[in-house]
Write a protein that binds this ligand. Structure first.
Ligand code: FAD
Length: 397
């Protein structure tokens, strides 16, 4: 079988890239190892409204709830409340979101092959040959371009010798019912017993605040397993009497790759670790990069040029738009990651005053956290002491 473009991975990023390319009339296929789009679920489903600027389907089909603020719970139990007046984020039905994108890809003429796993690939002359396993049958397919949108453990990244992400967070989550949350606020929990190296969350998914997605991520410094951390999380007072179902688990890659193209091949989305290091959110930055990926793919097809040099413009374009923000995010992440519980308590306490909260409300943006750094530092010069920890090595605690 021959295609102009093969996309490996039927997540939101692969679906969006394939749709854009097929709209220009190129013979495009997606190979997705699972039999259903959007499953298994590996996401908390919190995005900014900007995500919908990429699509022309109605928000109403996928938005479950609207978020206006956040309550940050420090390890000692203090609570810092931010926001409340302005819409900051949307809670989405992630499987339905992925399906809507795939419907658009289908309308554009993309051939979607479910239950089809890419197992190996080589470059041969000016084409890519990919081996695909469907049930027990292995077949070979050829294409001018191969786009790896195959998530955090990307097979395409490994097969074509791309660099690896700097680190991988492990995540766990579940659906909680019989809970009593303010539906306008997400709850964020910090501390080494609950979410060592990252944070835990409770995201209300209905307008009554009686249902939520709860979860957490940990990094390699954790001395607890994911399950132990999850059990510690649900001991919090706020989760008394809740019922838990539908456990999920997943990985978040951090540290966007320094190389995302080689001849005939491009990487995008989680496969390229195009993820916000401070929140683990990959949908928005992934879509930005996907837009550049598809436009360079189309350009290279129009000009019959699939060389590494030609495709490299994709790397430059996404870096120009979002690369700096992702790199700054890695610096903030290192600072936060190196704080022990006492320091987290101390700094949340320092932030907890009207002036700082106003600054966060004015400049805080989940997609662009660096916008907040300078105004916060200006108001709190002592925070500069945190900077050296961005360059400290991390050890197990
Ligand atoms: C616990 C958790 C919570 C998260 N919460 C949020 C959140 O609230 N907001 C947010 O923006 N982001 C969140 N993320 C991150 C977000 O889920 C990802 O950034 C996003 O899914 C990336 O999309 P993608 O299309 O690049 O990759 P994926 O969604 O991972 O899609 C990759 C696809 O490739 C397929 N695949 C993999 N290997 C192969 C192969 N060899 N052959 C064929 N198919 C293959 C997979 O089955 C999958 O369908 C979370 C992640 C985790 C783990």
């Amino acid at each position: 079988m021959r295609y102009d473009v093969v996309v490996v991975g039927g997540g939101p990023i692969g679906g969006f890239v394939a749709k854009n390319i097929a709209e220009k009339g190129y013979n495009t296929a997606i190979f997705e190892e699972h039999k259903r789009i959007g499953t298994p679920l590996k996401c908390a489903g919190l995005v900014t409204p900007r995500v919908f600027d990429f699509f022309n389907f109605s928000k109403n089909k996928v938005v479950e709830n609207k978020i206006y603020g956040a309550n940050f719970h420090s390890p000692c139990g203090d609570v810092l409340t931010i926001g409340g007046n302005k819409l900051h984020a949307l809670v989405i039905d992630r499987p339905q979101f992925d399906q809507e994108i795939m419907n658009k890809a289908n309308d554009a003429g993309v051939e979607l092959r479910l239950g089809s796993k890419a197992i190996s690939g080589i470059k041969n002359a000016d084409k890519i040959e990919l081996e695909i396993k469907e049930e027990c049958k292995v077949s070979k397919i050829k294409s001018f371009l191969l786009i790896g949108a195959d998530g955090p453990h990307s097979k395409i990244r490994k097969t074509f010798d791309f660099p690896q992400p700097t680190e991988f967070l492990k995540g766990i989550g579940a659906k909680a019912t019989d809970i009593n949350l303010d539906p306008k606020y997400v709850e964020i929990f910090l501390g080494r017993n609950i979410a060592p190296g990252f944070f835990a969350w409770a995201i209300p998914t209905n307008k009554e605040g009686t249902e939520a997605r709860i979860g957490l991520c940990i990094d390699e410094t954790s001395k607890y397993t994911l399950k132990q951390c999850f059990n510690n999380l649900i001991k919090q007072k706020i989760f008394k009497n809740i019922k838990i179902k539908n456990h999920i688990a997943g990985t978040i890659p951090l540290g966007a790759l320094k190389k995302t193209t080689t001849s005939n091949v491009m990487l995008v989305g989680d496969a390229a670790a195009q993820v916000k290091p401070t929140s683990g959110g990959g949908i928005y930055p992934g879509l930005i990069c996907a837009r550049h990926c598809s436009s360079i793919a189309i350009d290279s097809l129009e000009n019959y040029n699939y060389s590494s040099r030609y495709l490299r413009r994709y790397h430059a374009l996404w870096n120009n738009e979002i690369g700096k923000e992702l790199n700054r995010g890695m610096i903030f992440r290192k600072i936060i990651k190196n704080l022990d519980d006492n320091k987290i308590d101390k700094y949340l306490n320092k932030i907890n005053n009207t002036k700082n909260i106003d600054i966060i409300c004015n400049y805080g943006d989940i997609d662009y956290p660096s916008k907040l750094a300078f105004p916060l530092l200006k108001k709190n010069p002592s925070f500069v002491r945190l900077l050296p920890s961005a360059f400290k090595n991390n050890t197990k605690r």
